[in-house]
Design a binder for this molecule. Structure first.
Ligand code: SF4
Length: 499
């Protein structure tokens, strides 16, 4: 995008798209490489991405037309969405957003306000599908030696990281801020990050890819906790084994004690596991966390057997011990001294162990970008920013990032989360304040935009966006993202075009 900033006598241009206020020599770029001095004109160097709704086989956004000469007139406005990618940023706060675009899909007058937000308040929520212990909750996560986040509460079958955030961007050393920003930028754009948890594991994480924990590439996400695994497969084990212990760092399950085993009228096997009994057949803390069976530190499952009670247990008793992914499993038969002796696993038992594996989903890393739409951004949409917030909360305004759907947090402000794999490639940038730059679009009916105090004088027709030398790139719409120009935003409060 070409800017109207005037050139100085020395051929320098001043970039006012962020607080850094670079002065850029002819032929050079500013500190963020987003803007440059092209023949004495401040220019947004990346093309602005337009996404066209196409029918079957759209798939990922793939460029199929680019060029400075295209004026947008070839495309029906209702079928093309103007994303914030490459749109540029306006600064300071009171200036209207770079593009405020009118269109009339299906005869409904809509406005999309498009910008590249500069997010000082932003971070990543990273979900790592693994049972392996990555480190204690709250432990520091480091990148290139700098703390860039921490381990947060584990979820069902996944370890979680909270990375980035304003404290690491601004509250530590300059290097900490820069490393944090670089790490977030890489991950937001789909690249890999090498991380190390203090007192824990070395991690290689990349959105949409399997995690690598201490050099081990994770394949399976567990089917459930130990107790859930008992519940799911109890009936299939019944008659083939006398006891099953599903080893899990959080909730280890013991079949004959568990409600599932009782329901099947299985007699108690008399095998007691270590740890703290929660409820019948469900044990906590049977071992230390680690990278062994079921996210524990054990490699020999018998180490969690505390006692075997004569009477209930008997010679010949068939015992299966298995992990929550089915990757680890051993079959034992008790001898005359009630000692578990490894034995060949019968076919019927093996089939169920394999079924545990079959029910595991592929282990992946998921990266959600989370950010707050701050003052500059909201003032670029309306002179009365709180009305934009209300409009978003009332589902009158749809928020997207590069066309991808976002989750808007309840409560105050416009705090969003978006799956970075749903944006087009390289949608994110940075400025050296440091902060992340990300595309954001607000789409609403024209009447609603006017009512919230929108910058009506800055609204331009869709067909005019290519004027003035803006470089445009046209891509296909990603079929699994909802179409933002649909007049009925999520939330159901709109009435399908009647209002
Ligand atoms: S860092 Fe980038 S956006 Fe900010 S003033 Fe410099 S060139 Fe412009």
């Amino acid at each position: 995008m070409a800017d109207k900033t005037e050139t100085s006598e020395k051929g320098m241009v001043a970039c006012d798209a962020c607080p850094v206020l670079c002065r850029i020599r002819r032929g050079k770029t500013g500190a963020c490489d987003r803007y440059g001095n092209v023949d004495g004109v401040l220019t947004r160097l990346d093309p602005m991405v337009m996404a066209r709704k196409v029918s079957a086989g759209a798939g990922d956004m793939v460029p199929f037309l680019a060029g400075p000469d295209w004026d947008g007139s070839l495309l029906p406005a209702g079928e093309t969405f103007v994303t914030g990618i490459g749109a540029g940023t306006t600064y300071p706060d009171y200036k209207p957003a770079p593009f405020i675009v009118a269109s009339s899909p299906g005869g409904v007058d809509m406005v999309t306000v498009v910008t590249e937000g500069i997010f000082s308040y932003c971070g990543l929520k990273v979900k790592i599908d693994t049972d392996r212990y990555i480190g204690p909750e709250q432990a520091a996560v480091r990148c290139q030696g700098e703390q860039v986040g921490h381990v947060t509460t584990a979820e069902y079958g996944s370890q979680m990281l909270a990375l980035g955030g304003v404290r690491h961007l601004t509250g530590g050393s300059k290097r900490e801020g820069n490393v944090t920003c670089e790490m977030m930028l890489t991950m937001c754009n789909g690249g890999p990050a090498e991380l190390e948890v203090e007192g824990g594991a070395k991690l290689a994480v990349q959105a949409g890819q399997p995690p690598v924990v201490d050099g081990e590439r994770e394949e399976r996400m567990r089917v459930g906790c130990g107790s859930a695994t008992i519940g799911m497969f109890a009936k299939q084990w019944h008659g083939h084994v006398d006891e099953v212990i599903v080893v899990d760092d959080h909730i280890t399950g013991v079949l004959t004690e568990h409600q599932a085993g009782r329901f099947l009228e299985m007699p108690p096997a008399g095998i007691r596991v270590r740890g703290r009994k929660s409820t019948p057949g469900r044990y906590f803390q049977v071992a230390e966390p680690g990278t062994g069976w079921g996210g524990t530190d054990i490699t020999d499952p018998l180490t969690i057997v505390e006692s075997i009670k004569p009477g209930a247990a008997h010679a010949g008793l068939r015992l299966l011990m298995v992990s929550t992914t089915g990757e680890d499993a051993e079959y034992f038969v008790l001898d005359e001294a009630l000692k578990p002796v490894p034995a060949a696993m019968p076919r019927a038992v093996k089939t169920v162990v394999e079924r545990i594996g079959e029910n595991c989903e592929p282990a992946l890393c998921s990266v959600l970008f989370m950010a707050g739409a701050g003052g500059s951004l909201r003032a670029g949409v309306t002179e009365n920013p709180v009305r934009l917030t209300r409009s978003v909360k009332d589902a009158l305004t749809r928020v997207t990032c590069g066309g991808a759907p976002v989750y808007v947090w309840p409560g105050g402000g416009i705090t969003i989360m978006v799956d970075v794999t749903r944006l087009p490639d390289n949608a994110f940038g940075y400025v050296p304040t440091p902060a992340l730059v990300g595309p954001i679009e607000f789409t609403m009916r024209r009447g609603d935009y006017e009512a919230l105090g929108g910058h009506m004088a800055a609204v331009r027709d869709f067909a005019d966006i290519g004027q003035g030398g803006a470089r445009l790139k046209l891509t296909g719409w990603r079929a699994d993202n909802p179409w933002p120009l649909d007049p009925s935003p999520d939330g159901g409060k709109n009435d399908g075009g009647k209002r």
